[in-house]
Design a protein. Structure first.
Length: 298
């Protein structure tokens, strides 16, 4: 329904590369250049400027990108609402999920959704909470699921499911058979921690204060960017780590990792659906309702 030249411009603007845009759109680079040139002639403005080996949007390009994003959102809603009139749900939904959710919760949710709505195409990106919120603000995704709730006024948060973060060690660690640990003792052990910007790390930092500790009190042996790498590291080291209970099903069943109770420390949080402030678009609302029904939520 939209002008293909505008789709070409949007793809170049998001990737800031004529080559990557051509690969994404399955057209040649000269074709990309031709479409951009035609738009620049139509609006009598340069849309991109070259800075060394890279390109940047001009003010005119920034303005066109803003309108293109709004226009594509309108087109998606038109398609969804017109199809809904004949009880047909189809379209493309761009989703984002923070790391823990993407690895341990999203897959069965997406599979169940596709089974129920085979004509709705899904695209999922993952990253830490900070990256997913940025992708939402940049309109690279329509709906996200993140660990924790920031104070960004552009974002609307809807509770999804509850999570608990627990202290974990390998099966051969001396603490594996200990019933309970005093919080002060945590200072004596080395830790594997998630990277800055991780929703999990932020929640842990906040919860430690309730037992008189700061994140800086923990001796960090290594910082890793995924829960899978953290679990593998624990199995081959004498470190401890705080990990979501949703990520530990297999390891707790086979006994390769053990949970350690910490006296007075209870780290609970919600996973949240996020979307930009304002009315939720049709496809996102269908997915959110499906997720709530899947987990027997309101």
């Amino acid at each position: 329904m939209s002008d293909f030249r505008l789709e070409v411009f949007y793809t170049v603007a998001k990737r800031l590369s004529f080559t990557r845009a051509a690969e994404s759109l399955f057209i040649t680079q000269p074709a990309v250049t031709k479409h951009i040139h035609e738009l620049e002639q139509q609006y009598n403005n340069k849309l991109f400027v070259r800075k060394g080996n890279r390109i940047e949007l001009t003010p005119a390009g920034e303005l066109l990108l803003h309108h293109a994003e709004e226009l594509f959102a309108i087109y998606r809603n038109i398609d969804f609402e017109m199809n809904a009139l004949v009880d047909k749900k189809e379209g493309l939904l761009n989703l984002g999920a923070s790391t823990t959710i993407a690895h341990y919760i999203a897959a069965p949710l997406l599979a169940g959704f596709r089974k129920k709505f085979p004509d709705i195409r899904l695209n999922l990106i993952n990253g830490n909470t900070e990256q997913i919120e940025k992708a939402l603000i940049d309109k690279e995704i329509d709906l996200g699921i993140v660990e924790g709730k920031s104070k960004n006024q552009e974002i609307s948060y809807t509770e999804f499911i509850k999570d608990e973060i627990v202290l974990v060690c390998g099966k051969d660690h001396p603490l594996a058979k200990k019933d309970q640990l005093n919080p002060e003792t945590l200072k004596d052990y080395a830790f594997v921690l998630r990277e800055q910007g991780s929703g999990t790390r932020e929640v842990i930092s906040h919860s430690l204060k309730s037992v008189g500790l700061k994140m800086s009190d923990l001796k960090m042996e290594i910082q890793l960017g995924s829960t899978e790498s953290m679990k593998s590291y624990l199995m081959n080291s004498s470190c401890l780590a705080f990990i979501s209970i949703h990520a530990l099903t297999k390891e707790l069943q086979n006994g390769s990792l053990s949970v350690i109770d910490v006296n007075g420390l209870n780290i609970e949080r919600y996973f949240y659906f996020i979307h930009l402030q304002g009315k939720l678009d049709g496809l996102s609302e269908v997915f959110l309702r499906h997720a709530q029904l899947t987990y027997n939520l309101k």
